[in-house]
Design a protein around this ligand. Structure first.
Ligand code: ZN
Ligand code: ZN
Length: 187
């Protein structure tokens, strides 16, 4: 495999990982089964580690295996490039999500670009909801416009209030639309 093809595969892997992380976060971590580990990330952390970190450990394994197989196992260069792409996504994810958004390591990075501000705010909006249902913005490096997320958050807060009160869709009390989700928004 040429360097160019390898770099292309590496970059493609990073992009695919973002899609994979979105699907995993939305449909596994916020599902009945996945919530057992992920819930810790939607609560106040007690100490440096949280149970949710186990996901990172699990997803480091295929990356290590691919790199090992590519370098020593005779699997071919594709395995090394792909494994490196998965590892690189992990590094970006940790830097963006754990360090910049959640401040798990001290830093002085202030998001200035429109894109950077948007993904940081989008993930903070994801944390406006502490329950398994009703969250918005499951991606990390891509996020819809912040206004669209705020609207979605208000709708889901109203939907939860409706569900709790057993009201029909057409009857949404005004106070429901601005309760919890609304006040938790980060501006
Ligand atoms: Zn989550
Ligand atoms: Zn988070």
């Amino acid at each position: 495999m040429t360097w160019l093809a390898g770099l292309f595969l590496f970059a493609a892997t990073v992009l695919v990982m973002e899609g994979f992380a979105y699907v995993l976060h939305r449909f596994v971590m916020h599902s009945k089964w996945g919530w057992a580990w992920h819930e810790s990330h939607h609560r106040e952390r007690d100490g440096w580690f949280e149970r949710n970190d186990l996901y990172a450990v699990v997803f480091a394994l295929p990356s290590i295996l691919l790199i090992w197989g590519g370098l020593n196992g005779g699997w071919g260069d594709w395995a090394t490039w792909t494994g490196a792409g998965v590892a690189f996504y992990g590094v970006i994810y940790f830097g963006f999500h754990d360090v910049i958004v959640h401040g798990r390591l001290p830093h002085r990075i202030v998001p200035r670009s429109t894109y950077f501000k948007r993904i940081v705010q989008a993930h903070k909006l994801h944390h406006a909801v502490e329950s398994r249902d009703g969250a918005v913005s499951y991606g990390f490096l891509y996020a819809p416009p912040v206004d669209a997320l705020k609207q979605a958050l208000k709708r889901s807060a109203a939907a939860r209030v409706r569900a709790a009160k057993g009201l029909s869709k057409s009857v949404v009390p005004a106070e429901a639309r601005t309760s919890d989700g609304g006040s938790a928004l980060v501006d």
